[in-house]
Design a protein around this ligand. Structure first.
Ligand SMILES: [Ca+2]
Ligand SMILES: [Ca+2]
Length: 193
């Protein structure tokens, strides 16, 4: 679109985002302006997203995790993040309501987007989370969490499923809501020094 720079945020998107996030109209318009400056095409590519993400994790290998996060926010599956998807991402990773956050966490773990989480998918995401942990923090991890496999086993164990079972969204949300260790293990949390 030739007039991308001067175009304002569409009313439809604005209303939708006001409804689905706690951001104000002013904040959303400000972000839209910044978004258009930094991203004149109006779409964030996976590579751009990885670059943005890497800045938050200068001491780690954030690329695989960034790819999974990207996938989970690309809700229309067109391979890019538009403004709306980007704002929802921002909202989820900062101030989203708990249930919405857990719905997002479910979509992060549901790698093939079939509506269920398998143990293999838990292993894939645990590996990506593991890559975010700075090397010097690895020796500080509990003995039953100090490899991606152990972390995945421990997390999967909280859901009381056999290795070949699969986990629906409601079971996932219930499981992590009822168990603070499960809640902790689905995210990367920096070790407090
Ligand atoms: Ca998209
Ligand atoms: Ca799946």
């Amino acid at each position: 679109m030739g007039n991308a720079k001067s175009s304002a945020i569409s009313k439809e998107i604005l209303e939708d985002l006001k409804l689905n996030t706690k951001f104000t109209e002013n904040e959303l318009c400000q972000w839209y302006e910044n978004f258009q400056k930094q991203c004149p095409t109006g779409r964030i590519s996976p590579e751009e997203f990885e670059t943005i993400y890497a800045r938050f994790f200068p001491d780690s290998e954030a690329k695989t995790y960034a790819q999974h996060v990207f996938r989970s926010f690309d809700t229309n599956e067109d391979g890019t993040l538009d403004f709306k998807e980007y704002i929802i991402a921002l909202h989820m990773t900062s101030s989203g309501k708990t249930t919405r956050k857990l719905e997002w966490a479910f979509s992060l773990f549901d790698v093939d987007k079939n509506g269920y989480i398998t143990k293999t998918e838990v292993e894939v995401i645990c590996q990506a989370i593991f890559n975010l942990i700075p090397k010097e923090d690895l020796p500080k991890l509990p003995a039953d969490e100090n490899t991606p496999e152990k972390r995945a086993n421990k997390l999967w164990g909280f859901f009381e499923k056999s290795d070949n079972d699969r986990l629906a969204e409601g079971e996932f949300i219930k499981g992590v809501t009822e168990n603070e260790n499960a809640m902790r293990l689905i995210h990367y949390e920096p070790i407090k020094h």
